[in-house]
Design a protein around this ligand. Structure first.
Ligand SMILES: Nc1ncnc2c1ncn2[C@@H]1O[C@H](COP(=O)(O)OP(=O)(O)OP(=O)(O)O)[C@@H](O)[C@H]1O
Ligand SMILES: [Mg+2]
Length: 876
């Protein structure tokens, strides 16, 4: 009897690795899911290990789905997820599922047409991508049902960018779900510049992913494996050590070596069992590739030709296409396949009928690499032609085959088609790479520049500003030179935006001006309106409200003339912001309101959120309680899939100002989490600052100052409005008055155009002379001058200067306004200063009563800092 397949029937070793995986699965069953990554050299047993876990999972009643990445240079975005989820969808009732998924179904329809019509809501590209990611996770949670879902993703070393991003996102979002993702990758492919490497290093550092490394088998384990394969009790130490040394403990290599040894007759069957030649006589090829190729030599030339053709098609292939590619008849193909199965080179694929696959990726690689280049190219070319007649072909696969065939020109059209569908699926990076890959083969210069500009835009959608800048700067002049000035100008708007994100406002402005010079003479257009909005927002960030208002008006007008509704609605937002900056507070809020209503009616989610966020932010900083109350109701209006941090931030901010400290802490913690998960750097910074503030109010001074980002992390002029008060309160909570003095010295008067953070400055200092000069320099004007925050600052100055009646008057007007506006926290803090002034102006009883009330109310609301300040003021 001859062993037909020399494969190990049982799992050898790997106890601790398996138990790590099983623990993760049990955690997922308890609702504590996550991601585990299994790394190891090619053939080290990753697939074997995760398959073992998969069968355990099925025994436990879990749902298991699996997908793998393709080794082809270009592959479909999200490929392993598409495979895994696609398999699940074939078993699910699409109607029921659509119901359960709610709005997520519309997002998922981008990738899975069986789920209905895609929802095409106009929104910011990064948000659109996150929404898609979130929807995929919702689908996975649904698939988990009452048990758990195990998702196996194989061969991450070949993952496309979208897959890497989605998986990275999942690592942050699967806690507290019953979904476990186990992904494998080859460690020996992680060369220094491998795209997966930074992701893996990030996971290693953050610890948010469990990493399992598969090491080589020990000599003893090699012996056990040989015994299991040959059903023997033991092997000699000499043979064991020989095999261990030659295979380097790699199970795949070991199996292949043994197979080879049998084929050569170095290991053979006797009456009593297995026997072998003396170790010195056993000739084993120097590497695994050669062992595989040796086996190829034992096949007929015709069979080898068929198998070589198959290796060009990929890891899996179907008989019919193979016959066409190899240009032989069906019988010849079948006989070649039979011989190859017997030689342990390929196996039948159980999932698809008529499908076969190489026994191992390494098997395919060895055979493929043995082909001489011209033959390889011819075969790729034929595969591409055969694909033409297949209705289910993917442009990206065909592009890949055409590139490999050296038919670069033909590959261009396919690459563009593939990039278009990648963009639809929010796989921006994949799209950019496809366009960049194909562009050099386009002979028409303008067309080539156009493709590179599109690639630049795609990087911009993916918030990869550096790459966007690189491509756009290089390619825009090509478009312009060929006479496409307007197209070039539109890309310059994106380039300007990327530059702004790279904190080069100066260069951004240059780009905007260049675009303007081209677009303006052509009359109103949507692009011109958008450009004006960009200029307005750039000016707002620089606190140049006059320029901002001018361009917001131009944007509105232009949008109207061009019949472009979105910029028309959005421009009102900037109009409102700049009006408030110039002191026209009521007019500004009215425009923000109009922007909000218009965005709601138009279904512009991003602009709805933008209006609500801006309005709440302004209202709190201005001390306008009526506006806070009005806009707060709108936080919940926006359709949410649950990851946007800004509504949570706004809720935390309002709770804090209202003196609801416990709630503020909870919301701020959630905002930090969401901002991190969504990769919103700016929002994460803001949420950290807010959380630190809330903790300081709760007298958790150490925690607060540990959380507070360094002053050097301020980027926009506006940032000081976010963090000045939190920094001052952190110092006060720690009893560090000198620290507070230092903090307020870092605020500049120009930053106080909305009133805030002037109140923080006055609270943090005792230097009356300095404060007087500071207040004289603030640019606040118009209705802003009525802000209770400014009154509070003036009142404190009067107190420090010993003008107690003035102090009482200003401070009590501030306290009244804060109380009416439900800014309880401000009312308490400023109330203590008022009591201080009351003591000094001879109203001790009034002061004591006030302080007693503040201490009691603040204490009850966990506003422990405000309560302590009140008690300390009373005891002075
Ligand atoms: N612990 C083990 N016990 C028994 N057989 C094993 C073990 N590990 C691996 N094998 C066998 O070795 C061969 C290679 O293993 P596997 O396919 O799991 O490697 P891999 O790490 O997934 O390789 P690749 O990176 O190429 O995908 C398979 O035939 C597998 O069954
Ligand atoms: Mg594998």
């Amino acid at each position: 009897m001859v062993l037909s397949r020399v494969l190990c029937p049982t799992l050898i070793g790997r106890d601790s690795e398996l138990s790590t995986l099983e623990d993760a699965l049990l955690s997922a069953l308890r609702g504590d899911g996550g991601v585990v990554i299994v790394g190891g050299e090619a053939g080290m047993g990753k697939t074997r290990l995760v398959n073992t876990l998969a069968s355990r999972a099925r025994t436990l009643g879990c749902v298991v789905v699996a997908g793998g990445c393709s080794e082809a240079e270009l592959s479909l975005p999200y490929l392993p997820f598409l495979e895994a989820i696609g398999n699940y969808l074939t078993t699910a009732d699409a109607g029921d599922l659509g119901q359960r998924l709610g709005p997520a179904a519309g997002e998922l329809a981008q990738l899975f047409p069986q789920l209905g019509a895609p929802s095409g809501s106009s929104t910011d590209s990064v948000q659109a991508k996150l929404r898609l990611f979130e929807s995929i996770l919702i689908l996975l949670r649904d698939a988990a049902g009452h048990r758990a879902l195990l998702v196996i993703l194989e061969d991450l070393q070949w993952a496309d960018p979208a897959t890497r991003e989605l998986l990275d996102y999942a690592t942050r979002r699967l806690r507290s779900t019953n979904v476990l993702i186990v992904a494998t990758y080859r460690t020996d492919e992680m060369h220094r510049k491998h795209a997966l490497l930074p992701t893996i290093q990030g996971w290693r550092r953050s610890g948010q992913v469990e990493l399992v490394d598969l090491r080589p088998l020990t000599p003893q384990q090699v012996a056990s494996m040989v015994c299991a394969i040959f059903e023997e009790r033991s092997i000699s130490d000499e043979f064991r050590d020989f095999l261990h040394e030659r295979s380097e403990g790699n199970p795949f290599v070991l199996e292949e070596m043994l197979r080879d040894a049998i084929d050569r007759g170095d290991v053979f069957r006797t009456e009593t069992g297995w026997d072998r030649k003396a170790v010195a006589e056993i000739r084993i090829p120097p590497n695994v590739r050669d062992t595989i190729l040796q086996r190829l030599e034992r096949l007929s030339r015709e069979d080898v030709a068929v198998l070589s053709a198959a290796s060009v098609m990929g890891r899996s292939f179907d008989v019919e296409s193979l016959a066409e590619v190899a240009q032989v008849d069906g019988t010849a193909v079948l006989s070649a396949l039979e011989a190859s199965v017997a030689a342990q080179l390929i196996e039948e694929e159980d999932r698809r009928s008529g499908g076969y696959r190489f026994r191992h990726a390494l098997t395919r690689e060895a055979i493929y690499e043995d082909l001489v280049a011209p033959r390889r190219q011819r075969l790729h070319s034929r595969v591409a032609d055969v694909m033409d007649s297949r209705h289910d072909r993917e442009p990206v696969d065909q592009a890949n085959q055409l590139f490999m065939a050296g038919r670069n020109q033909d590959a261009v059209a396919m690459s563009i088609a593939a990039a278009d569908s990648a963009l639809q699926g929010r796989a921006y990076r994949d799209a950019a790479e496809l366009l960049e890959r194909a562009a050099p083969y386009v002979s028409d210069e303008a067309e080539r520049a156009r493709m590179l500009c599109r690639a630049g835009e795609a990087y911009h959608y993916n918030a990869e500003s550096q790459s966007a800048r690189r491509l756009l700067e290089a390619a825009i002049p090509g478009l312009e030179k060929a006479g496409f000035a307007v197209e070039g100008a539109i890309h310059r708007i994106t380039l300007g935006r990327s530059l702004w994100e790279l904190m080069r406002s100066d260069l951004a402005r240059e780009q905007f001006e260049q675009a303007r010079a081209v677009l303006e003479p052509n009359g109103p257009s949507e692009a011109l309106a958008n450009l004006y909005i960009r200029i307005a927002s750039l000016s707002t960030f620089n606190a140049d409200h006059r320029t901002a208002i001018e361009f917001a008006r131009k944007a509105a007008k232009t949008a109207e003339l061009a019949g472009a509704n979105l910029p028309s609605v959005w421009s009102l937002n900037f109009l409102g912001l700049s009006e408030v900056g110039l002191g026209e507070v009521d007019a500004g809020f009215a425009h923000l309101d109009q922007s909000y209503q218009g965005a709601l009616a138009g279904g512009y989610d991003f602009q709805v959120g933008n209006a609500v966020y801006n309005a709440i932010w302004l209202a709190v900083h201005l001390g306008r309680g009526d506006e806070v109350a009005k806009w707060k109701e709108r936080i919940s209006v926006m359709p949410q899939i649950g990851f946007e941090p800004w509504p949570t931030y706004a809720s935390a901010f309002i709770a804090l100002e209202r003196g609801q400290i416990g709630e503020a802490i909870r919301f701020a913690q959630a905002a930090v989490q969401k901002a991190r998960e969504g990769g919103h750097k700016k929002m994460a910074w803001r949420a950290h600052v807010l959380l630190a503030h809330a903790l300081a109010e709760n007298l958790r001074a150490d925690e607060a100052s540990n959380l507070m980002p360094p002053v050097s992390s301020r980027v926009d002029q506006q940032d000081v409005t976010y963090d000045a008060m939190p920094r001052v309160r952190c110092c006060l909570a720690a009893g560090d008055f000198a620290g507070a003095e230092r903090e307020v010295r870092l605020v500049r008067p120009e930053g106080c155009e909305h009133g805030s953070p002037l109140d923080a400055v006055a609270e943090g200092t005792r230097d009356a002379k300095w404060l007087r000069e500071f207040i004289a320099k603030i640019p606040a004007q118009g209705e802003v001058l009525g802000s209770p925050r400014i009154a509070a600052a003036r009142g404190r100055l009067a107190l420090y200067e010993g003008r107690f009646d003035d102090a009482c008057q200003a401070l009590s007007s501030a306290v009244d306004a804060f109380e009416t506006g439900s800014f309880q926290l401000d009312a308490w803090h400023v109330g203590s200063a008022l009591a201080d002034a009351e003591f000094s102006s001879g109203q001790a009883d009034v002061a004591r009563n006030r302080l007693r009330r503040i201490a009691a109310d603040a204490q009850a609301a966990s506003a422990l800092l405000a309560a302590r300040v009140a008690r300390e003021t009373a005891s002075r």
